[in-house]
Ligand binder design. Sequence first.
Ligand SMILES: Cc1ncc(COP(=O)(O)O)c(C=O)c1O
Length: 391
Amino acid sequence: MRIAKRLQELKPSATMAVSAKAMELRAQGKEIISLSVGETDFPTPEHVRTAAKAAIDEGYARYTQVPGLPELREAVAGYFNKTTGTSAEGKHTIVTNGGKQGLFNLFQSLLDPGDEVLVPSPYWVSYPAMIQLAQGVTVTVPTTSEKGFKASVEDFRAALTDKTRVLLFNSPSNPTGAAYTRDEIDAIMEFALEKGLYIISDEIYDQLVYPPAEHASLAPWWEKAPENVAVMNGLSKSFSMTGWRVGYCLAHEDMVKALSKIQGQSTSCVNVIAQKAAIAALNGPLDELKAMREIFMRRRDLLLDRLNGWSGVSCPTPEGAFYVFPDFSSLYDAARPDSTSLCTWLLEEAGVAAVPGAAFGEDRCIRLSYALDDAALMEALDRIGRALGLG
Ligand SMILES: Cc1ncc(COP(=O)(O)O)c(C=O)c1O
């Protein structure tokens, strides 16, 4: 069968590949604990589920406006205003099929062939593929665990060329959990704007930042430079709604129009029931999120304690999201020379699924998610420790 050339070079998602392998082993009767998940293990809040049921009963069944129900766009603007102090309006927002579609369409709207995007590495698996499909070029900006996996102005400057068009920012980060401080962000933004770059900020984990760290959003910078900044976010992680597929962007009105043009010709709009539920989520109380955050923080500490107690393994403290990204490279050997072979071996020998760091551009590390209960988490660590003789 003939498939378009641009797809032949596209890599399938590595995280999905790990899940597929874990499912295959489960089907063979093996008991697998998955530390590869990218979604919370909490239910969607009850008031959000109730709003969805009511929307069905009230007969919501039709297409909505392409950029989203006006009431939801107001709720999105309201969420930014209450959490970041902006004075955004509904017209500055668009509702997308998950944050993923927002990002995808931003790259489609911004990049001409050969335009470069600065992407701090380790990076989320989908960025390079999205950039490639928009005919752009990913220029990675390497970071190190010693510096908490954060890129500095100097790191960005070293990667800048006359083709650089976009700087992509993801704080807190998947896979490292690194969360930038307000001062760090301000310095990077001053640099990026001075160079005339467009900045995309992926803030999908905004509600999952652990004290004393605080989430520093780029939304206030959107307010200062609306033509150069877009903030992408969504309900997937914060409201435990991955399968509902609701994301959104905050951007200049002209960018919102561009994004709507693509959406209008591709997916039309987001599912209306999910949009009605999203209004309840964004306008509702945020206390359940606080409880979830506290549980995640405790799990993170449990995990770090174990990992850093293993000789040869090191892991900086992630300040957000629900992943740790430890360096296992001192345990690589002839049989398991890299993160991919180590993860395959852990899956087969220890029954634990983890994602190879190679998928995120850092082969020394592996990504472990702590979006599962304490008992399963501890059992998974026991298994890894036993399999690798770490105790
Ligand atoms: C860093 C990052 N950005 C964006 C997304 C997209 O999330 P969604 O499309 O579910 O809103 C994810 C999901 O895993 C992510 O980890």
